[in-house]
Write a protein that binds this ligand. Structure first.
Ligand code: BGC
Length: 767
């Protein structure tokens, strides 16, 4: 039976039942019509399927799976084809585990380097993020497995993520925060999109008709299903009207009843409900086309991780110490050499098949190495002693390789980082070792930017971010020169937190998060404000060198399409790959815009001495900006300069092009430093009111602070918070941070302790 027919056959009760999940990880079924329950799991860099699928609150150990390269690293490959390979392999694991939809990729924009969840996201730039997300989706979906592009939208901090209100002007939304989603939706048609927890300009994403219907479906042509983030459903009826299809997790009987009642009382039209149900049925039927249960090749997947990771590492500094020579003796320092950081904390955390260690791989490769811990990951040893033992060893060797970076506890879903610093013990180790040995290589693991106060004192720095299961082999592949590094930064490394674009407006105690920097995010900000940075966006070295010899452009004015071509030559001593980046600047712009923006890129492999023409397509979006008054992307008439660049601050060649367009463009009269409200010319600032009353949307910490309410809702605290109090491991910290910001309505559903009706009644009694 086809989907339309099925929906026609359904009773109102059956329709309403489908709009809420069956349990934590399944969509609801309908036995009478032979619609089965389908299983969805996280994502995004592997399969996190709970071993006991109906364990409370979706917690507990997950099945073993490959931990692929998290987005912070895979984006640094600047090679979308690798993301397709990763997606394809993840789909194979999904098939083997009977998973129909993988909850990823996450393509939120890195607004601040402090966002705790940045490791799960691709970039500060929407073009790059959109390309990567799109390829990953294609890779998964070509196997008949669905994806869930998340978290839609403007969810760029963890602090209060369940209740915060992202106040963003429309131009910034369109050009920055929605653009990566738009690209992925248009190019790869994900089966599903996951709405974020937060409000966008005063309306929760789950109830946001402008976002879910006007923009997503009508403008971008999305015809898939929208699912809530887990616990993000604000108002089930408003959600249906807005185009939100399925609430997760379930069960939530009171919302099913609320839907039935709303239709009977004519507060919700049956047409609106049917639209939602049709999309749910279509998605379930699509999932049935895929045969489940086939095993996958674990070793082959491990090799895929190795290949993607080693193609993505970024060589930040190299004074001829890398690749390593077999003729030297090395001190290998830092616990990460034995236990590398491979992924971040939270819902994306994979129970790895097998993690390799760099120390073991260095030994296997025949290097003369001796190890000392240097610092301690679990707090069980005296770090100062470990450091002096390591320094003593370093003094006896020709060179030193220090493994350092951010620890698992310092970055996580659920809370943001407190500073840009690496742990004290890691910094101290590098500083002290550099005093006794001039030949120091630092290998860094971690999911987001940090400061490097010791940078001038070491010879080489390799940024390995979070490399997934094959951390050991991939790291040694690059250190040894078997693989020539070719990754480039997908985000800026700033010099201080005070320099960052949203400093002062990020992760404050306020529910209203004001995006005061508007479109000046990442390098757009640092370039416009002429701020020096530690390492610029798009930066990364190689063991070889490249020259950019010639540039040409061809452009069809009417179709607004064409390409730039750049002749690139490998001028150094190794075969290697270069990423050619295209930045576009409007000459004498009459409107406010960033100095330059990334509009294309291409990675090219060149043998020693080889030269190739590299082509990068250009189209309307290469030149356009979002005009709020016109309600569309518009091209300003005039001259544009197109740069072929090796990083955002290493512009090699340029060519100018005249583009026909709007001669009288009108843009917001706003410049950095001007009143934020000017960005909302046509409306009041869309702030979310804070009543001080306990409501469905009060967070658990607000409830706890209210003596009467905290007694009323004690069972919720007992289930959600008490088990984690006093624990210091990353997962417990995340759970506590999340719980503190969780609105009562979500906590009630997640714990299954109160239905929303019961919760409402209790709230009335409180008044
Ligand atoms: C996360 C999502 C995840 C979901 C299910 C939420 O807390 O924000 O990214 O897919 O949980 O685990």
């Amino acid at each position: 039976m086809d989907a339309e027919k099925m929906v026609k056959e359904m009773t109102l009760e059956e329709k309403a039942a489908l709009t809420v999940g069956a349990d934590f990880w399944h969509f609801e079924d309908n036995e009478r019509l032979s619609l089965p329950k389908i299983l969805v799991t996280d994502g995004p860099h592997g399969i996190r399927k709970q071993k006991i699928i109906d364990s409370p609150m979706g917690s507990g150990e997950s099945v073993e799976a490959t931990c692929f390269t998290p987005a912070c690293l895979s984006a640094s490959s600047w090679d979308p084809s690798l993301l397709e390979v990763e997606g394809d392999a993840i789909a194979k694991e999904a098939i083997s585990e009977g998973v129909s939809i993988v909850l990823g990729p996450g393509t939120n924009i890195k607004r601040s380097p402090l966002c705790g969840r940045n490791f799960e996201y691709f970039s500060e730039d929407p073009y790059l993020a959109g390309c990567m997300a799109s390829s990953w989706i294609k890779g998964v979906q070509k196997n008949g497995v669905g994806t869930s592009l998340k978290h839609f939208a403007a969810n760029s901090q963890e602090k209060k993520r369940l209740i915060s209100n992202s106040v963003v002007d429309e131009r910034a939304l369109r050009e920055i925060y929605l653009a990566a989603f738009e690209k992925a939706v248009r190019e790869s048609r994900p089966w599903t999109i996951m709405c974020s927890y937060n409000m966008i300009n005063g309306t929760y994403a789950s109830d946001n008709k402008w976002l879910l219907t006007e923009v997503l479906r009508k403008e971008w042509g999305f015809d898939g299903l929208v699912v809530t983030d887990w616990g993000a459903m604000n108002d089930r009826i408003e959600g249906i009207k807005a185009g939100l299809d399925i609430e997760m997790p379930g069960p939530n009987r009171s919302n099913v009843d609320a839907v039935i009642k709303a239709v009977k009382e004519k507060r919700l039209s049956i047409e609106d409900l049917d639209r939602v149900v049709l999309r749910i049925v279509k998605t379930i039927l699509k999932a049935l086309n895929c045969k489940k249960g086939e095993p996958y090749d674990k070793n082959a997947h491990h090799e895929i991780v190795r290949m993607i990771a080693s193609s993505s590492f970024i060589l930040l500094k190299n004074e001829l110490l890398l690749p390593l020579s077999k003729d030297k003796s090395y001190a290998v320092l830092g616990e990460f050499a034995k236990k590398p950081r491979i992924q971040g904390n939270g819902s994306s955390q994979i129970n790895s098949n097998y993690v390799s260690s760099p120390l073991e791989e260095l030994e296997n490769a025949g290097y003369d190495v001796e190890y000392a811990a240097g610092y301690c990951l679990d707090g069980a040893h005296n770090e100062e002693e470990l450091c002096s033992d390591a320094v003593a060893l370093a003094g006896k060797k020709d060179a030193v390789i220090i493994f350092a970076g951010l620890t698992l506890e310092s970055e996580s879903e659920g809370f943001d980082r407190a500073s840009l610093d690496m742990p004290l013990g890691h910094n101290r180790l590098i500083e002290e070792v550099a005093k006794v040995n001039d030949n120091v290589v630092v290998v860094l693991y971690g999911g987001s930017p940090f400061l490097m106060p010791w940078l001038d004192k070491v010879k080489s720095v390799l940024l390995a971010y979070l490399p997934g299961d094959a951390a050991g082999e991939a790291t040694v592949d690059v250190l040894s020169g078997r693989v020539n590094p070719s990754g480039k930064l997908a985000e800026t490394f700033p010099l201080s937190v005070e320099d960052t674009p949203c400093y002062g407006n990020f992760a404050t105690e306020e529910r209203n998060v004001l995006y005061k920097e508007s479109i000046l995010v990442g390098y757009r900000y640092y370039d416009y404000m002429q701020k020096p940075v530690l390492f610029p966006f798009g930066y990364g070295l190689s063991y070889t060198t490249f020259s950019y010899d010639e540039i040409k452009v061809s452009f069809n004015q009417e179709k607004k399409s064409g390409e730039i071509s750049v002749l690139v030559r490998n001028t150094g001593g190794y075969d290697g790959a270069e990423v050619v980046e295209l930045y576009v600047e409007k000459v004498d712009s009459r409107i406010f815009r960033p100095l330059r923006e990334l509009k294309g890129f291409k990675k090219v492999f060149l043998k020693r001495g080889e030269a190739k023409w590299v082509s990068i397509p250009i189209d309307e979006r290469t030149f356009s900006y979002y005009s709020v008054p016109l309600g569309k992307f518009d091209i300003e008439d005039g001259e544009y300069r197109l740069y072929a660049a090796s990083s955002s601050r290493d512009l090699r060649l340029s060519v100018t092009l005249c583009v026909d367009g709007n001669k009288n463009p009108e843009a917001m009269p706003w410049r950095p430093g001007d009143d934020f409200a000017l960005l909302f010319k046509h409306s009041k600032l869309p702030l979310s009111p804070e009543s001080g009353k306990i409501t469905l949307n009060s967070s658990l910490s607000e409830v706890l602070a209210d003596e009467k309410a905290s007694k009323y809702f004690k069972p919720i605290f007992d289930a959600f918070i008490t088990p984690f109090i006093g624990k210091t491991d990353g997962l417990s910290r995340m759970q506590l941070a999340m719980a503190a910001d969780m609105p009562l309505r979500a906590a009630a559903v997640m714990t299954g302790i109160l239905t929303q009706d019961e919760l409402r009644k209790k709230l009335e009694q409180l008044d």
